[in-house]
Design a protein around this ligand. Structure first.
Ligand SMILES: NC(=O)c1ccc[n+]([C@@H]2O[C@H](COP(=O)([O-])OP(=O)(O)OC[C@H]3O[C@@H](n4cnc5c(N)ncnc54)[C@H](OP(=O)(O)O)[C@@H]3O)[C@@H](O)[C@H]2O)c1
Length: 164
């Protein structure tokens, strides 16, 4: 089973401020949808609360030891390891880890591929971060730069990083 991370991070590796996304970039949301549709998406409690609803056309899996009363169809596990073991036993070919900071950090050691949207801005005041990808362990195998426009206020680059 391929484990992929899908994440958008600033130049200084921030991914969130006060339990929200720091930016509104419709093109990145489109890319996120393309990368995750039709497969299970695994997220931490804070990301689930921040989204406020299940993402459509995907099995939503939440990692939490304190939440209950999730909507029907949303799975909850008390650890990332248990969630991954379950999804593997169900025969999934690919799953996406979709945040936030705590879950990315816990999942990175057993992740195969990272789809990183680098947002070309420096935040400084972020409250959730993505761990830096070590060049000894990760290789950039694809990237596609985009410039800001009326709807997407920052320059951004889609990148694919694969474990060496
Ligand atoms: N830019 C992006 O691509 C992106 C993507 C997603 C989220 N975000 C942002 O990230 C921020 C949220 O991230 P966060 O780090 O605060 O929270 P998070 O990772 O979404 O959730 C953390 C919670 O998940 C549970 N959890 C996490 N790791 C666990 C583990 N290894 N085992 C068991 N349970 C675990 C715990 O809940 P319990 O206490 O209930 O056990 C923990 O309090 C928000 O600002 C959000 O907007 C950004």
């Amino acid at each position: 089973m391929e484990i992929r991370i899908v994440v958008a991070a600033s130049e200084d590796n921030f991914i969130g401020i006060d339990n929200q996304l720091p930016w509104h970039l419709p093109e990145d949301l489109r890319f996120f949808k393309k990368m995750t549709s039709g497969m299970p998406v695994v997220m931490g409690k804070n990301t689930w609360l921040s989204l406020g609803r299940a993402l459509p056309n995907r099995l939503n899996v939440v990692i939490s030891s304190s939440l209950n009363n999730l909507p029907e169809g949303v799975l909850i596990f008390d650890s990332l390891e248990n969630a991954i073991a379950h999804l593997k036993s169900e025969g999934n070919e690919t799953i996406s880890i979709i945040g936030g900071g705590q879950i990315y950090k816990a999942a990175l050691p057993f992740t195969d591929v990272v789809y990183l949207t680098r947002i070309h801005t420096i935040l400084r005041n972020g409250t959730a971060a993505f761990p830096p990808l070590s060049e000894n362990e990760w290789k950039l195998t694809w990237e596609e730069p985009h410039t800001a426009d009326e709807k997407n206020k920052f320059d951004y680059t889609f990148q694919k990083w694969e474990r060496i």
